[in-house]
Design a protein around this ligand. Structure first.
Ligand code: ADP
Ligand code: ASP
Ligand code: MG
Length: 453
């Protein structure tokens, strides 16, 4: 077993932190300032993944060429600021040529496997450029293709990692390199059994960092982004939101699950499993500090944060057969399971059941969940009503289901809004409800004002 200098910190930089040369340089400073940050995980430069996703949807010329040019410009702007641009230009050009060929193939026939192959080029390019920036500073840094160790299922667009294989392969292939120098690798991407490229879902680089942290027994995973920590709600929606200095794993996991984009929803699974603290900070202002997500916090507050998830679909299923019968819900869930759909919220009455599906397209293949096949199958069982463009608002807190007066505190100030569905009581950590998508931000501001300001 190769010994890696301990303790090791995994540092992950998101899209805005590697958006251009200046952002990459600041991120390089941040990584070099933390002497234990030997493994650096990167996203694609901001905007690149969206452009690649658009290409993978099979764009025709001339739109395709506009996107290809936009990708080339973002990466060339970085190369042009290097002291020795010639060292890296050829390699980036080769990847840009691949992208061109794959985008053309997608314009003829799209496929989830092709999408993942195409989309993975964003992370490949950002990591190559970052290594070059470090080398120009005289830092020894190795580029590593994470697909060698990030084995996943073949669920393209939302692949599940093989944690045991990752632990073994990281030990064999990554540890010897980490013992030599700093290693720069890609977030978000992996490979399935046949060697085809997969992705972990949009925003998946946070998850990669946590998985690698777990595989390497890291002492901490640092998520460097464009906000100096986790706030009481998205500071873009509520400028008065406050930073949470320390938060427990479960609370942060609930926030991520219910839409706080600052962490990919699965990020904290490996962190909790292996008790690895996660720090969230801003690569633009590292001195501003950040949030530490860890095992325990003193006196967890009743109300911790508000999260918002858009584009929720509400399915209401009515069936008179449900009256005094058994097995109806089991049948509904087995249909949903066959279609690979996980349900978020659910409420039931005597003859109907309402449930929400998350259609925020967290797969990079952008699959629509509500397929005709699914609706046909459900319709053979019951009457189906579909409402789209709702927003799920989650109040995250502690011991919520045991406290008194929560309902009044929350809904008292929301009397002018239509609350479409409420879920409360299953978890002591959250209270969730649905509102029309157009009113979501207004509701968040109103509620934040009442509970947190
Ligand atoms: P990165 O590209 O670094 O992964 P993201 O855009 O995925 O960054 O996540 C950072 C963004 O998350 C912030 O700019 C902010 O708007 C959003 N966000 C949502 N909820 C929160 C929250 N509770 N605290 C902080 N940021 C949040
Ligand atoms: N580049 C990918 C995305 O934009 C993964 C990530 O940034 O985490 O979704
Ligand atoms: Mg992100």
């Amino acid at each position: 077993m190769t010994q890696v200098v301990s303790p090791i910190v995994v540092a992950k930089f998101g899209g805005t932190s590697v958006a251009d040369f200046d952002a990459m340089s600041r991120s390089a400073d941040v990584a070099l300032n933390e002497s234990h940050a030997r493994l650096v995980v990167l996203s694609a430069s901001a905007g690149i993944t969206n452009l690649l996703v658009a290409l993978s949807e099979g764009q025709e010329a001339p739109g395709r060429f506009v996107n290809l040019d936009a990708i080339r410009k973002i990466q060339y702007d970085i190369i042009d600021r290097l002291a020795r641009p010639e060292v890296i230009r050829e390699e980036i050009d080769r990847l840009l040529e691949n992208i061109t060929t794959l985008a053309e193939a997608a314009s003829l026939a799209t496929s989830p496997a092709l999408t993942d192959e195409l989309v993975s080029h964003g992370e490949m390019m950002s990591t190559l450029l970052f290594v070059e920036i470090l080398r120009e500073r005289g830092v020894e840094a190795q580029w590593f293709d994470v697909r060698k160790i990030m084995r996943t299922s073949d669920r393209f667009g939302k692949a599940e990692p093989d944690v045991a294989a990752l632990a073994e392969l990281a030990q064999q292939q990554l540890c010897p390199r980490l013992a030599e120098s700093m290693v720069i690798t890609q977030g978000f991407i992996g490979s399935e059994a046949k060697g085809r490229t997969t992705t972990l879902g949009r925003g998946g680089s946070d998850y990669t960092a946590a998985l690698l942290g777990e595989a390497l027994h890291a002492s901490r995973v640092d998520i460097w982004t464009d906000v100096p920590g986790i706030y009481t709600t998205d500071p873009r929606i509520v400028p008065a939101a406050r930073r949470i200095d320390k938060i427990a794993f479960e609370e942060a996991a609930e926030m991520a699950t219910f839409g706080a984009k600052v962490l990919h929803p699965a990020t904290l699974l490996p962190a909790v499993r292996s008790e690895i603290p996660v720090f969230v900070g801003s690569s633009k202002a590292p001195e501003a500090g950040g949030t530490l997500v860890c095992n325990r916090t003193e006196q967890p507050p009743l109300f911790r944060a508000l999260a918002l998830r858009r584009r929720q679909t509400l399915l209401t299923l009515h069936s008179l057969n449900m009256l005094h019968s058994r097995g109806f819900l089991a049948e509904v869930f087995s249909i949903l399971a066959r279609h690979n759909i996980s349900v978020d919220l659910i409420t039931t009455s005597e003859v109907s059941v309402a449930l929400t599906l998350d259609t925020t397209g967290s797969t990079s293949t952008g699959d629509t969940l509500l397929t005709t096949a699914l609706l046909t199958e459900l319709s053979s069982l019951c009457r189906v009503e579909v409402e789209e463009n709702l927003a799920l608002i989650a109040l995250i807190g502690n011991a919520l289901s045991r406290a008194c007066g929560v309902g009044k505190e929350v809904f008292g100030v929301l009397e002018s809004f239509n609350i479409r569905m409420i879920c409360y009581g299953a978890s002591s950590h959250n209270l969730c409800f649905l509102v029309p998508g157009t009113e979501a931000e207004h509701v968040v501001r109103k509620l934040h004002g009442n509970l947190f300001e």
